[in-house]
Design a binder for this molecule. Structure first.
Ligand code: 5GP
Length: 190
């Protein structure tokens, strides 16, 4: 048997696209093959979020230090003053083990990763229409109006970058979308 080769998979999509739920479902279905990267962020944890599970929650100073020490594969200021980045080492280790390494990151981060891993499989997750996305974001109702406005702006910017991705997955029905992602992962050369 030849050496097992890992596959780097980048999943992006605007807030409200349902990408986090999709990724969680994929992980359930492929616990052996798939490893999902845990990002570092300077945003505070939401209720129920545990350090090291959804994110590594770090201070702005710690984040800057990670940048300086070259510990991040990519990083971006996704919202004003709020930074997110992918720790490099675990990504490299899991790729070396032959895993599908999945990064759920924004468009800016995806562009940085593609410079280093041009063969990465890129997937953009979105609802069918921009109107559906707006509705989903409004319905969440967890944000104050200003925060919602900001999210809509960022979502619009991301929506317009969808063409940069090799694959688009329309998330109407979660099980269909998950199957579509599995089909992409199984058929992609990387
Ligand atoms: P949230 O704070 O709602 O979990 O995530 C907000 C946004 O940050 C999402 O679009 C998500 O894809 C992005 N994001 C999460 N982790 C990273 C990361 O490590 N790098 C980059 N560039 N974006 C990230």
């Amino acid at each position: 048997m030849g050496e097992r080769k890992g596959k780097l998979v980048i999943v992006s999509g605007p807030s409200g696209s349902g990408k986090t739920t999709l990724v969680a479902r994929l992980k359930q279905l492929e616990p052996q093959r798939l490893w999902v990267s845990v990002s570092a962020t300077t945003r505070p944890p939401r209720p129920g979020e545990k350090n090291g599970q959804s994110y590594w929650f770090v201070s702005p100073q710690e984040f800057q230090q990670m940048i300086r020490q070259g510990e991040l594969l990519e990083w971006a200021e996704v919202y004003p003053g709020i930074f997110y980045g992918t720790p490099r080492r675990p990504v490299e280790e899991h790729l070396a083990q032959g895993k599908w390494v999945l990064l759920e990151i924004d468009v800016q981060g995806a562009q940085q990763v593609l410079k280093r891993f041009p063969q990465a499989v890129t997937i953009f997750v979105r609802p069918r229409t921009w109107e559906q996305l707006q509705q989903r974001l409004r319905r969440r109702g967890t944000e104050d109006p200003q925060a919602l406005q900001k999210r809509l702006q960022v979502a619009q910017r991301e929506w317009n970058q969808a063409h940069l991705y090799k694959h688009q997955v329309i998330n109407d029905k979660i099980e269909d979308a998950v199957q579509e992602m599995l089909r992409i992962l199984n058929s992609s050369e990387a």
